[in-house]
Design a protein around this ligand. Structure first.
Ligand code: PEP
Length: 260
């Protein structure tokens, strides 16, 4: 069974007061939550300690949005994996397209960060995805293949069991235009096939692959019902409790216990 996961990427939103408000609202609704689905919130660094205090004894898990590829030392402005672990993070998003676009992160750097995340016991959520130009030029598969081989380079099979991949087409992030369930599932299948070739089919079958890009309460169920979509990385819709909770509900098998 693959782990199902819904993660909220808050990006550069929510100060400590707004963080407390949102986490308290989520907590209130998740009081009776009993499910294997992992729910991860990724607030900005400055809010992690506040969120950590509030999520104790709740199903919410903590993730960061980025980390350094270095262990520690003279890297002004950077945050290390060890700092994230000691603050209570279990997950870290790596290689988000906004980091690739605005901070020039490369597959090599993201790969170095993934190695470092594993060394500290963090589960990286590694993002890949093509731009609109690349999709229109029909090179999506080639781009995804290069990204997957690059970001996973030299990771061991055991590391793959503590890795999550997020397929996030760049043209779908924050645009209100999501990939269709079929478009997304095709790329998820490609990612699983690549991981199968690089490792083994058993490793690929266990890998959690999230879809991200304009997921909202109206499209979540269709996306999350696809065979190879194991959850969602949610940006805008994770900033409000009601929309994030609706997406969480869509990620739970109808036969399983729901929550209020
Ligand atoms: C994201 O930032 O990872 C994302 C998917 O954003 P949005 O849901 O707003 O498109």
């Amino acid at each position: 069974m693959r782990r199902k996961l819904i993660a909220g990427n808050w990006k550069m939103n929510k100060d400590i007061h707004e963080t407390a408000e949102l986490v308290n609202e989520l907590k209130e609704h998740l009081k009776d939550f009993r499910n294997d689905l992992h729910i991860v919130i990724c607030p900005p660094f400055t809010s992690l300690v506040v969120a950590r205090g509030l999520i104790k004894d709740t199903p919410l898990k903590l993730g960061a949005q980025n980390m350094s590829d270095k262990e520690d030392g003279a890297y002004t402005g950077e945050i290390s994996g060890r700092m994230l672990v000691t603050i209570g993070c279990e997950y870290v998003i790596l290689g988000h397209s906004e980091r690739r676009q605005y901070f020039k992160e490369t597959n090599e750097l993201i790969n170095a960060k993934a190695h470092r995340a594993h060394a500290f016991g963090l589960t990286p959520i590694i993002c890949v995805g093509e731009t609109l130009e690349e999709r229109e030029a029909s090179v999506t598969d080639k781009i995804i293949t290069t990204q997957i081989k690059g970001v996973l380079a030299q990771l061991a099979s055991v590391d793959l069991d503590r890795c999550v991949i997020a397929y996030e087409p760049v043209w779908a992030i924050g645009t209100g235009r999501n990939a269709t369930p079929d478009q997304a599932n095709q790329v998820h299948r490609l990612i699983r096939k690549l991981v199968g070739q690089m490792y083994s089919w058993a490793v690929a079958e266990r890998l959690t692959i999230l879809y991200g890009g304009s997921v909202n309460p109206s499209n979540a169920l269709d996306l999350l019902s696809q065979s190879d979509i194991d959850g969602a990385l949610v940006g805008g819709a994770s900033l409000k409790a009601d929309s994030f909770l609706s997406i969480i509900r869509a990620g739970i098998e109808p036969s399983q216990k729901v929550f209020n």
